[in-house]
Design a protein. Structure first.
Length: 254
């Protein structure tokens, strides 16, 4: 199968790196110089400058542009695509149908870990190509199918924005270690290893059980958890997820 990626940004490049081993990959973009730079890092892909009347008849398109650029990019496209796979945050399938002609439409939300083939990707859309969509995006990491676009918007907040939230926590933990007196290099290594370990634990245990297994009576973890609760860490994270979800919904209405 040939896949045509429209866009040459970070996400498009991450997807291309994961897909080139199993698919013929073409990248279309508006800057030939940027496309050539992409091809230098991913020699297996073919590149093409997006024309003003780009024929997408029968193609499988992965749309990797920014949401605000959808209208200007779609104006350049002619013909009816076989399938549209969109990674545009908040952009509904209804909006995609109005902008680009295709037989099938899929919305998907990878995250930045795609660049290391470790994305947590959520997918929804036309069930006729559900298996195909899951197979394509499994090349960049784990895949979860949800039944509604609203669920995908929630998943965008959790897994799409999640790496930024966890990165903030990782940075804060590192700063905490440095404040306590440990050098930054060592603290950073400890935080990195801790995140790797908790990922494995979460595959097999409920978060509450992990917390309880570490939290001995009157111990260091209990003191730290108490400080987190007093400063609203749990509430702040819940609000962050809901704020991101609300923003995804807002983007979909524009």
């Amino acid at each position: 199968m040939k896949l045509t990626l429209i866009g040459n940004g970070v996400m498009a490049q991450a997807l291309a790196k994961g897909l080139v081993n199993n698919y013929e990959v073409e990248i279309l973009g508006r800057s030939l110089s940027k496309l050539k730079t992409v091809q230098e890092s991913i020699p297996q892909v073919s590149i093409k400058e997006l024309s003003d009347n780009e024929n997408i008849e029968g193609k499988n398109i992965i749309l990797c542009v920014k949401p605000y650029a959808l209208e200007s990019v779609s104006a350049r496209l002619e013909g009816k695509a076989k399938s549209i796979y969109s990674v545009l945050a908040g952009t509904t399938i209804e909006t995609l149908r109005k902008q680009i002609s295709a037989e099938n439409y899929i919305r998907t939300m990878p995250n930045v870990a795609a660049s290391y083939l470790s994305s947590m990707t959520t997918i929804t859309g036309d069930k006729a190509i559900k298996l195909e969509a899951k197979e394509i995006f499994s090349n960049i990491g784990e895949v979860v199918w949800v039944d509604t676009e609203n669920q995908l918007d929630i998943a965008t907040a959790v897994a799409g924005s999640g790496p930024a939230f966890l990165a903030l926590i990782a940075e804060a933990m590192t700063d905490g270690g440095v404040k306590a007196g440990l050098d930054r290099a060592t603290t950073s290594k400890l935080v990195q290893g801790t995140f790797e370990g908790i990922s494995k634990l979460l595959e097999n245990h409920h978060p509450a059980l992990i917390k309880d297994s570490v939290m001995s009576p009157g111990g260091t973890t209990a003191a730290g958890i108490d400080a987190l609760e007093q400063n609203g860490a749990r509430n702040a994270m819940i609000k962050a997820i809901n704020a991101a979800y609300s923003k995804a919904v807002e983007l979909g209405k524009k």
